[in-house]
Write a protein that binds this ligand. Structure first.
Ligand SMILES: [Zn+2]
Length: 171
């Protein structure tokens, strides 16, 4: 990380010492010059592609450095959040905290809990569907008991079993 920081700082230095932007490639294509009133010549390149690259790099390098800085800032904030969450939730939290190890561990803990919840909801849905089937069946049963708004023995047995199963998975 220190190597990268040194490298980035050096690029910043190079940017600040170079002739201020903007730089442009001339119409012939080989020359790069500064596009203010000075029209100072920056470089005479070997090819027009190289001249285009030199002119573009003068814009691109400082912008990319800014982007890297922003991303580093965002990453540090995210890391801070993870650290806060870990120190609040984890009794084994220490300052030698590894965010990746922590994220891997809580993910590993979350997967069985998620699978359990999915299975529970699936069973609950199935039991609710089964109960709805029994109700539909009873409405079309046609026995005198069921037609009179009561329940015939088979419907009553099915209804009780379905209700029991539903109550069981709702827990
Ligand atoms: Zn019935």
């Amino acid at each position: 990380m220190a190597d990268i920081d040194d490298w980035l700082a050096n690029l910043r230095r190079l940017c600040s010492k170079a002739t201020p932007r903007p730089w442009m490639q001339d119409t012939v294509g080989f020359r790069v010059y500064r596009t203010d009133h000075s029209l100072a010549r920056i470089a005479l390149a070997g090819t027009s592609d190289d001249a285009a690259f030199i002119a573009a790099a003068r814009e691109a390098v400082p912008r990319l450095l800014d982007m890297v800085e922003e991303l580093q800032h965002d990453w540090n904030r995210l890391l801070e959040h993870i650290r806060d969450a870990a120190s609040a939730a984890d009794p084994a939290f220490t300052e030698q905290f590894d965010p990746w190890e922590y994220l891997r561990r809580i993910t590993a803990e979350m997967i069985p809990a998620r699978d359990h919840e999915i299975a529970r909801l699936k069973a609950q849905t199935q039991a609710a569907d089964k109960l709805a089937d029994v109700v539909t069946h009873q409405q079309r049963c046609g026995t005198s008991a069921c037609s009179n708004g009561d329940l015939c023995v088979p419907c009553s047995t099915a209804m009780e079993a379905a209700l029991r199963a539903y109550e069981e998975v709702k827990k």
